[in-house]
Design a protein around this ligand. Structure first.
Ligand code: NAP
Length: 257
């Protein structure tokens, strides 16, 4: 960034805690000007510091045009590990616009002694497995994923999401609208109160509160594996590493052509 007269514009593709943390960490750096992008899925999102734009770009072509028009110098894809379409679009568009891309992706979870995990490749496999593991299920896979369990009549479901679920839903479903962070003791109380037999989660990484609570209660967990990253992806596991990549003088610190 040395010798540059105006701040380098960085696009953070957000919708995650890490996206917000990175925007806050960049705010005091005078050589960086951050724009955070949110998909617009939630009606009252927690907004990141600095400039924010909301809504899709219109596919790869729309994002490529945006990067060129806004003279974006670097992109950090800080979307959720399961937002695979956005990550694929970011990869294609940043290559087309010749803008460096970093994928900020927190590590997935690791099984601990005492855990009873069943790793599955997708939601459909999770749904098939559930009746063998218990009747009362706590679903924490997000509201867009609940339809995958609509046909599982053998189970009763408690689902937790920020917004109400839509689409086909299980016949026996209780919806809990809530937003984290959650604590281990709170999660344990919830699992006990609803007499949960099995927890279902995506391997999102981050807070282990619900996994710790499930371990303490000896409950099985169905863990949906992450979609693969694009080949040759440039990945940072932490906000600190992403910030380092963005710092003036780093490989990413270049002006767009
Ligand atoms: P997705 O399937 O990967 O993306 C679908 C489309 O939504 C994209 O093609 C893009 O539309 C738009 N989009 C997604 N993220 C965007 C962003 N940050 N800014 C602008 N447009 C965005 O995404 P998703 O799984 O529905 O997730 C949507 C958002 O929720 C993401 O930002 C993600 O970080 C957050 N989130 C997702 C999950 C999850 O489990 N999937 C969990 C927590 C939070 P265009 O093609 O029109 O550009």
């Amino acid at each position: 960034m040395s010798g540059q007269t105006s701040p380098a514009r960085v696009l953070i593709l957000g919708g995650t805690t890490e996206g917000r943390e990175l925007a806050s960490a960049c705010a005091p750096i005078p050589d960086l000007e951050v724009v955070s992008s949110l998909a617009g899925r939630t009606t009252s999102p927690i907004l990141p510091a600095g400039k924010v734009r909301i809504g899709g770009f219109g596919g790869v072509d729309g994002l490529t045009a945006y990067l060129r028009h806004e003279r974006i110098a670097a992109v950090v894809d800080a979307t959720h590990p399961f937002a695979a379409t956005m990550t694929a679009h970011a990869t294609a568009a940043s290559a087309q616009a010749n803008v460096p891309l970093l994928i900020l992706r927190r590590p997935g979870w690791t099984e601990q002694p005492g855990d009873h995990w069943h790793r599955v490749p997708d939601l459909a496999t999770a749904a098939k497995l559930l009746p063998d593991l218990g009747e009362r299920v706590f679903l924490t896979t997000g509201r867009q994923s609940i339809a995958a369990f609509a046909e599982v009549d053998a189970c009763w479901f408690l689902s937790r999401s920020v917004e109400p679920p839509t689409g086909p839903l299980p016949s026996r479903l209780q919806v809990l609208l809530d937003r984290g962070p959650f604590t281990r003791t709170g999660e344990r109380a919830l699992l006990t109160e609803h007499r949960i037999d099995v927890l279902v989660t995506k391997d999102s990484g981050g807070s282990t509160a619900k996994l710790d609570a499930a371990r303490e209660l000896g409950l099985p967990v169905v863990l949906v594996d992450r979609p693969p990253l694009p080949p040759h992806a440039n990945v940072a596991p932490t906000v600190e590493a992403a910030l380092e990549w963005l710092r003036p003088g780093s490989a990413a610190a270049c002006t767009p052509g």
